[in-house]
Design a protein around this ligand. Sequence first.
Ligand code: GDP
Ligand code: GDP
Length: 435
Amino acid sequence: MANIVAIVGRPNVGKSTFFNRLVEKRQAIMDNESGVTRDRHYGYAEWVGKHFTVIDTGGYVTGSEDVFEGAIREQVEEAMNEASVVIFMADCHDGLTGMDNDFARIVRGLKKPVVIAANKADTAEWSYQSSEFYGLGLGEVFPISSSSGAGTGELLDEVVKHFEDEGTENPDDGIPRIAILGRPNAGKSSFMNALLGKERTIVTDVAGTTRDSINTRYKLYGQDFILTDTAGVRKKSKVHEDIEFYSVMRALQALQDSDVCIIMVDAVRGLEAQDMNLISLALKYKKGLMLMMNKWDLIEKDSNTMNKAKAQLEEKLGHLNWIPQIFTSVTQKQRIFQAIELAVKVYHNRIRKISTSALNDAILPQIDRFPPPALKGKHIKIKYITQLPTHAPTIAFFCNLPQYIKAPYERYLENNIRESFDFEGVPIKLVFRKK
Ligand code: GDP
Ligand code: GDP
């Protein structure tokens, strides 16, 4: 469980000012660009080595006291439910108001640690006013000035004391990491630009771990994802002007950093050898993958064109026909968000864990129906099946003679697994163990 801090309080007490101070350069929020929805302002912050997510509820409590009920209240409650610690903000200049009491009532109902920030304590005189907020009965009051930063350190010291999580883990864990790969000219840059609009909707730039990759986190249509890129490598390429080599290196690093690869193909040219190489690479690293057949607008179409194109692709893919395809036009903005949605779906398929009982119930009857062919007069008996706790799906089959299972039977098993469980876009590994 990551640490989440929600800042709540009535309008104009200074929540957004404080939020911006906390998340500072990490550049929180995206713009009100069309298509970009935001329920809440999220940002990342760090204090004394502890990382946390901050939610600013300032965006929607804007009305007067009588609109406090209803939707606003719901949204504030939702933010507080997500939070591990709540900062309740009040305003020393205004003193304790009726609406503060309304908020306090909700906050009290939560079984969450609450810290009171008495904001706008810009001077000693104002800071004396803060003692009034002890009257809320919510605990210790910290006089702060969001505009100057005074007192915020003490407040944060108190906040981080309540964290259950060490906070050393990456707040981006659990967010799909997507790499966009493809031949030059397939439309990769256009795709990124189309997704992001002119103003970039960057939530945060997170420096890569060991390599020089830049992972940029986005929120679009309510969907969080990270595009993995490796800008750092590009800079180093000054030494040798071997653009081709560095673009391959970049692609490889982005791929290794990702959970899912979108392999972008120029639909006019169709699937070519270089695309197959990228597919092999993704398979080698056990990444989720999908094909984005772009420039679909350039294809002359009748009602059956897409079906024919799909059939052709599947023929080329052979037993890799579980790799999903989407037909897009980046320039016409056709299905580009669906492409991201598909990548996110593949991400979820890749982290899917099937229970041992569900696996055995589904697959053992198929094995009974068509058992592994005997070899050298010996019968092969598969006793049970379990998914191993690995990153990418690995299914273990326990049997008497694991070395006797041959590739065609392996494929039979894989097909059965894919028919019973949704592993679309995900390479699955089968292992055979002696039991
Ligand atoms: P929100 O509605 O709670 O998010 O409040 P804002 O952050 O938008 O701030 C409301 C007003 O209070 C703005 O005019 C801020 O400049 C002002 N403000 C915020 N923090 C302070 C502070 O520490 N001292 C003073 N004097 N004004 C502040
Ligand atoms: P990259 O090398 O993969 O980054 O490809 P670019 O994004 O630079 O695109 C290469 C060319 O293809 C540019 O002229 C784009 O305008 C064009 N292009 C990209 N997507 C589409 C599309 O969906 N339809 C059409 N007709 N052209 C596209």
